[in-house]
Design a binder for this molecule. Structure first.
Ligand code: SF4
Ligand code: SF4
Ligand code: SF4
Length: 265
């Protein structure tokens, strides 16, 4: 007689972000229904009401950056209630778009956004791994389907997920693209950006703007100096290295040459 396999107990938590990664997760279900059929959704507020925030979970996916104290508190509790925890998308992995505000004073930023700041309790933006240990990263803005598939199938098969650890340039060369940096002198962030998107933008004749976030050991200062030699202003260079992952040291090393990233993080 066949043994009934235990289902993977899944939790999905959302913090500060556009929720695009959770939408992507819902679309993604259609493609891997079999994998999802082996999961029990314990908590996923955008997917269905109810559920238990307390777990226990086998796998928790975190969407969004941490910008309020309650989020950090809950994140720590969730970490204790799960076997595997993966941040999904640039906001959770790198701070992402919400971290653009880290370069302006918190009060000034709150006043720009809200008429009444009395009930606002925001703080500087942090990626998930500033607060808890993580078991890997599903990168992208929104998340890459290949990495999502890799994470789910690996956990179901009991193996370690194999994520890309090289730059977008490698994928670009595999696709046989003309290099927009070398051939056209466009400020492409591909050399310092983690692969996973299949070099989407250069394949459509556009420079990469780093939405996947930094690759490990990225040499951001070298690329930043190259951008300067190409005529970009300090502001332009600073923005390129702070648009998607400004809290990450790999990108901050490039940004710091052309502006202050030392305003309170
Ligand atoms: S990573 Fe991009 S798509 Fe995902 S939640 Fe953040 S801003 Fe939205
Ligand atoms: S176009 Fe950009 S990503 Fe592609 S090889 Fe050139 S620098 Fe790298
Ligand atoms: S090429 Fe760069 S900006 Fe475009 S999708 Fe890939 S990582 Fe994002």
């Amino acid at each position: 007689m066949l043994m009934k396999k235990k289902k993977l107990r899944l939790g999905v938590f959302k913090y500060s972000c556009c929720a695009g990664c959770e939408f992507e997760l819902i679309y993604f279900q259609k493609h891997i229904q079999e994998t999802f059929d082996n999961s029990e959704v314990v908590y996923f507020r955008m997917g269905e009401s109810g559920g238990s925030e307390d777990g226990p979970f086998d796998l928790v996916l975190i969407d969004g950056a941490i910008t309020e104290a309650w989020q950090a508190d809950q994140l720590k509790r969730v970490r204790q209630a799960t076997r595997f925890l993966l941040p999904i998308g640039s906001c959770a992995v790198n701070g992402g778009i919400p971290a653009i505000k880290n370069h302006t004073s918190e009060l000034e930023m709150e006043k720009r956004v809200y008429q009444d700041i009395t009930p606002v309790h925001s703080m500087k933006t942090h990626p998930v791994d500033d607060y808890v240990q993580v078991d890997g990263y599903i990168k992208g803005c929104p998340i890459g389907r290949r990495d999502l598939y890799e994470a789910f199938t690996s956990l179901l098969l009991g193996k370690k997920p194999d994520f890309f650890n090289y730059s977008v340039c490698v994928e670009c060369k595999i696709r046989g693209n003309t290099c927009v940096l070398v051939s056209y002198g466009w400020p492409c962030m591909g050399p310092v950006t983690n692969a996973g998107c299949g070099a989407l933008c250069p394949s459509y004749n556009r420079a990469c703007y780093a939405c996947w976030g930094p690759m490990e050991d990225a040499n951001a200062p070298a690329l930043a100096r190259q951008f300067e030699a190409m005529g970009l202003t300090p502001d332009d260079i600073f923005r390129r290295f702070t648009q998607y992952g400004s809290p990450k040291p790999e990108f901050r090393r490039g940004a710091e040459l052309y502006g202050s990233t030392t305003k309170p993080f």
